[in-house]
Design a protein around this ligand. Structure first.
Ligand code: GLN
Length: 392
């Protein structure tokens, strides 16, 4: 058999999505891959029924249906505080996964460097490899996941093409402050670098923290490629609706990449999702409250178990410190946890550049009942963990 691509030999399948398969195999409560076990808003489900009964079953315009782009431009212009032209600045993609891939493919040549903060959402590693780009990692140091300005500037001095900014951050839950964003913006201008953002948790931020859209900072809109999706905001991860917002000259090229990657996002789902994009402000306020309640419940549960963790400021993940279990292989630990304790988490090592084995990531985008059951199962964790059975 001829040799397969060297690129695909350089990364594994997604550990996050592998953990979901493991969770399903052992009937574990799946707190690994981040998606809700509750339904999207009723109005949205009804809109989907209507769309299914209608006649939009063929391709939508490659870069997104007109009404979807118009509704998205209205909503994002308002929340991002910048003027977005639906005709020239939007590409509707199959989730933000495609948005990020298309953005990175558009700005990089093979051999170009891309700055990635570590820990990072695992897709960025594979995105870089598939684009032939080389990640330059800058550490975010627990517990607050701050970066060192000098380390960041050293990375910028290596002439990267782009910096990837996940804010609010997966997996850390960090929400970058205005000062931090300004430091990144100043370097991006000084060293002439693109900033590609992943802002899928834009509406899941806990008080007193606030999400600041990178593109809204003075002087950076022309070099910012903002990626996001409807998945988390409207609890529709399976609809695979994402988008890129960028200046027209960049959008034109992202549209070409997107066209040949996927042609377009599902037409009836775009049609239905217009309903969500037109929701009033209260929807987003309630979403924040809803997730704040889950976060508080989850952190209290961890406190009762006396597990150490870093407090999320946004998104719906918690990094739990498992140092006390003296784990040398967190993948084995998480498999054991799913199989023997019945709760699935993501091994932290998949998120870090360095060999870090003492974090696992839980998410709490679940019904309170589901989270309660997870804590019932986790109650005897220490007893079950005696003798490090995952090593056997
Ligand atoms: N963002 C989700 C997570 O980190 C997963 C998204 C996906 O699997 N595409 O768990």
């Amino acid at each position: 058999m001829p040799e397969l691509s060297k690129k695909t030999a350089c990364f594994t399948d997604s550990v996050i999505r592998r953990m979901t398969r493991i969770a399903n195999r052992y009937n574990a409560i799946n707190l690994s891959q981040g998606f809700p076990d509750f339904d999207p808003p009723q109005k949205l489900k009804e809109a989907l029924k209507t769309a299914a009964g209608g006649s939009l079953h063929q391709y939508a315009v490659t870069w997104g249906a007109q009404n979807f782009r118009e509704a998205l431009a209205r909503k994002q212009s308002k929340y991002m505080g910048i003027d977005i032209d639906p005709e020239t600045q939007i590409v509707v993609t199959c989730g933000s996964t495609e948005a990020m891939m298309a953005a990175i493919l558009t700005v990089t040549n093979p051999g170009d460097k891309v700055i990635v903060f570590s820990p990072f959402y695992e897709n960025y590693g594979a995105d870089a490899i598939l684009s032939g780009a080389e990640p330059v990692y800058v550490h975010l140091k627990p517990p607050y996941f701050n970066f060192d300005i000098n380390e960041l500037e050293e990375a910028f001095k290596q002439h990267p093409k782009a910096l990837i900014l996940c804010n609010p951050s997966n997996p850390t839950g960090k929400v970058f402050t205005r000062d931090e964003l300004q430091v990144i913006a100043d370097f991006a201008i000084k060293y002439d670098v693109f900033v590609i953002t992943d802002e899928v948790y834009e509406h899941i931020v806990y008080k007193p923290y606030k999400h600041i859209y990178f593109a809204s900072l003075p002087g950076v809109a022309d070099r910012t490629i903002s990626c996001s999706s409807l998945s988390k905001t409207y609890s529709i991860t399976g609809w695979r609706l994402g988008y890129v917002i960028a200046p027209p000259a960049i959008t034109e090229h992202i549209r070409k990449v997107h066209d040949f990657l996927t042609v377009g996002a599902a037409a009836p789902l775009q049609e239905a999702a217009v309903t969500a994009l037109n929701f009033e402000d209260e929807y987003y306020e309630e979403l924040t409250l809803h997730y704040t309640e889950k976060k508080d419940f989850f952190l209290q549960g961890l406190d009762r178990l006396q597990l150490k963790y870093t407090v999320p400021q946004g998104a719906y993940y918690v990094m739990v410190d498992i140092s006390e279990f003296d784990v040398t292989d967190d993948v084995k630990f998480c498999e054991w946890l799913a199989r023997e304790v019945g709760v699935a988490a993501v091994p932290g090592s998949g998120f870090f550049k360095s060999d870090t084995q003492h974090f696992i990531r839980f998410h709490f985008a679940k019904n309170i009942e589901t989270l309660k059951e997870a804590f019932v199962r986790l109650k005897d964790l220490r007893i079950k963990a005696k003798g490090k059975p995952w090593e056997k």
